[in-house]
Write a protein that binds this ligand. Structure first.
Ligand SMILES: *Cc1c(COP(=O)(O)O)cnc(C)c1O
Length: 400
């Protein structure tokens, strides 16, 4: 019989696995022209609207672009209200706080996600509870959620990883049955659809990031969307120190200083006017990558479930043994030619800050963290660049 490991032994083994997932970043030789993993495309009215802010002196969070952007973004997602913030992480924090989640509560998240999902829960004194992801979509596995629900569980936070929507019908069924909120972390999924409905419209509330590498951006920024008018009012109040209407400097809740500026919203509005084009470019690039990489032995191209519209925020691939060289060796070969990549998330249970909280196993998350990398994915990428990148991958697999 295998020896039962102590908690300390398990932790030591987990940290060894984590180290393997995060080797040194590959280095591009000096003088080689680089293709960045991402860059914003700012070719519409962004500049004109920013100048308008400067000319009219409206540079704080007061100003017409903020509301215009909020309304437009919410409408795009198919919901009624949008409340901007200064980052995706603060959007998540605000969304969870607005539902009254706090000390001692538990919130279910996938183990395969960015640190910010776990942090937003942690800021509130609540505890992130991890569920592994499914190999089919790289998202929260609906089968595994119920085993993690306790009397303290308040919400489920699905992430639409790299632009592929989570299995929302089944997640919603679990949430309904157990009386839990759904708070979507839709940071990576602007424009993604599940059975014809857009990301951001599935939960009580959803949070998006508008960081410069997201599908549309305000530089730094975020937005919370909801259909619930009361909740939208609460989000607005809490974003702004909890100021009340009845008296200035009169506070009944602990609010935050999380507002977006008019200048950021001006950029966002310029982006929003071209959102269909920016989303479609990501999809077209992914289709071209797929066609060039599908038959490369040992390369797994990203998932797309039949009912899903994957917007491929980042085009991620898995490098299997049959490829011939490891994921990290491939990353170095790409870097040699100026092609920037990122390895996938290191799962939350392996993060030094959170490792002590978890003793369960998350094999799919670990497999993705070990084998995954994403390729240049900006909306402004050219077909030529994609062909060059795919060619370098093909050659690397054939030992060239
Ligand atoms: C980008 C991202 C965030 C954080 O957004 P910031 O604007 O950088 O705070 C949160 N969750 C996920 C899944 C993300 O990809």
């Amino acid at each position: 019989m295998p020896k039962k490991l102590t908690f300390a032994e398990k932790k030591a083994a987990a940290l060894r696995r984590a180290k393997k997932m995060s080797g040194p970043e590959p280095v591009t030789p000096p003088g080689v022209k680089t293709i960045p993993v991402c860059r914003p495309t700012l070719l519409g009215n962004e500049k004109k609207y920013v100048l308008k802010c400067l000319e009219t002196n409206w540079i704080s969070s007061r100003g017409r672009f903020v509301e215009e952007f909020e309304d437009g973004f919410a409408r795009y997602c198919g919901v009624n209200h949008g409340v901007t913030t200064n980052s995706g992480t603060t959007a998540l924090h605000l969304a969870l706080a607005s539902l009254g989640i706090g000390e001692g509560d538990e919130v279910i998240i996938p183990s395969f996600t960015m640190i910010s999902t776990a942090n937003a829960i942690n800021y509130l004194g609540a505890r992130p509870v991890l569920v592994d992801v499914e190999p089919e979509t790289w998202n929260l596995d609906p089968e595994l959620i119920e085993a993690k629900i306790t009397a303290r569980t308040r919400a489920i936070v699905p992430i639409h990883t790299y632009g592929h929507p989570a299995e929302m019908d089944r997640i919603k069924a679990v949430a309904r049955k157990n009386n839990l909120f759904i708070v979507e972390d839709a940071a990576e999924a602007i424009g993604a659809e599940y059975k014809g409905r857009r990301a951001g419209s599935f939960g009580k509330v959803a949070a998006f990031s508008l960081y410069a590498n997201k599908i549309i951006t305000t530089g730094e920024g975020g937005i919370v969307v909801t259909d619930d008018e009361k909740l939208a009012d609460k989000l607005r109040t809490m974003r702004n120190y909890g100021f009340t209407e009845e008296r200035h400097f009169w506070h009944k809740v602990v609010g935050f200083s999380y507002r977006m500026t008019n200048v950021q919203a001006a950029i966002g509005l310029g982006q929003l006017e071209r959102i269909d084009e920016l989303v479609q470019a990501r999809i077209d690039h992914a289709h071209l990558y797929n066609s060039l990489l599908e038959d490369v032995r040992g390369i797994v191209t990203p998932p797309c479930a039949p009912h899903a519209k994957n917007v491929y925020w980042m085009y991620g691939i898995l490098v299997e043994k049959e490829f011939g060289i490891s994921r990290d060796e491939l990353r170095q070969k790409l870097a040699d030619r100026g092609i920037e990549t990122r390895s996938f998330f290191i799962p939350i249970h392996l993060q030094p800050v959170y490792a002590d909280l978890f003793s369960d196993e998350y094999p799919v998350s670990e497999e993705l963290g070990t084998k995954g990398l994403y390729l240049p994915s900006a909306s402004g990428l050219t077909g030529k660049e994609i062909e060059f990148i795919a060619g370098v991958i093909r050659d690397a697999g054939e030992g060239r």
